[in-house]
Unconditional design. Structure first.
Length: 257
């Protein structure tokens, strides 16, 4: 360090030398430790993903032993729920920040995966902003989205008219199912719209006994959110919850088949 001083009216410079080797070595040790912990956390997410894949494979093997078609179907749904959780850990393994996961990117990947498994010819659109959430938020949202998408691909595709053409749906020209993820009025919103015939008259999602909607209701309450159903030439299930400590940006992308 150099400090100007005045001695008897003459300018001088006071010079000081400090050995900072210990400080630099301590900083380097902290940096190495942080990198090691990040590597370890990524490895943990990778192992969790692998373990979840093993569980899903075991469930699939078990389903082959089931004499009932309904039992096999239920196990297949459980397999997909496990895979939706594994996908979160897979994404965390491949990103720099282990604190946040982009819900929009996750929705695109999950929607494409489910379409390939359940309805390869379905016309899908995903409108998703970048909504970064913690793992604790991403897991219930992932399960909610999995249930809503599974229901849409299985029961919400457009019906055929007398001429064999699909009847007009509510999703817009050219698409059967539309997924939306973003921020509306300071709340996270996830919506799945289909072009099917819709639920039966008088259907109330709050009273449905199906496991899928029971999960959606329970997880929505866990997120302090609200489940809404709008029926008009198809169905739109939407879940909104408080933003909490999430960071987001309004860059919208669209995934087209």
């Amino acid at each position: 360090t150099l400090v100007p001083i005045d001695l008897n009216g003459e300018p001088h410079v006071l010079a000081g030398v400090t050995d900072v080797t210990d400080q630099l070595e301590a900083q380097a040790a902290v940096t190495r430790s942080l990198r090691e912990k990040e590597t370890l956390l990524k490895e943990i997410h990778h192992r969790v993903k692998n373990n979840l894949q093993v569980i899903s494979s075991l469930l699939m093997l078990q389903s082959e032993q089931m004499p009932s078609e309904r039992a096999r179907e239920l196990l297949a749904e459980s397999v997909q729920r496990v895979r939706s959780m594994a996908l979160i850990h897979q994404q965390l393994y491949g990103v720099e920040s282990l604190e946040r996961i982009d819900l929009g990117d996750y929705a695109r990947t999950l929607a494409e995966s489910l379409r390939g498994a359940l309805a390869p010819h379905a016309r899908l659109r995903v409108d998703a902003s970048v909504v970064e959430v913690t793992v604790d938020t991403a897991v219930p949202f992932g399960l909610i989205l999995n249930e809503l998408l599974t229901n849409a691909f299985k029961y919400g595709l457009p019906q055929r008219g007398e001429g064999g053409e699909p009847t007009p749906g509510r999703t817009g020209e050219g698409f059967d199912i539309v997924v939306e993820v973003g921020i509306v009025e300071e709340r996270i919103r996830v919506a799945v719209t289909d072009s099917g015939k819709g639920p039966p008259e008088g259907f109330d999602p709050a009273r449905s006994s199906g496991l899928g909607l029971q999960l959606v209701r329970t997880l929505s309450r866990q997120l302090r959110g609200k489940l809404e159903l709008d029926v008009d030439r198809g169905s739109r299930f939407a879940v909104t919850c408080p933003r909490g400590p999430v960071r987001w940006s309004e860059t919208s992308t669209e995934g087209v088949p």
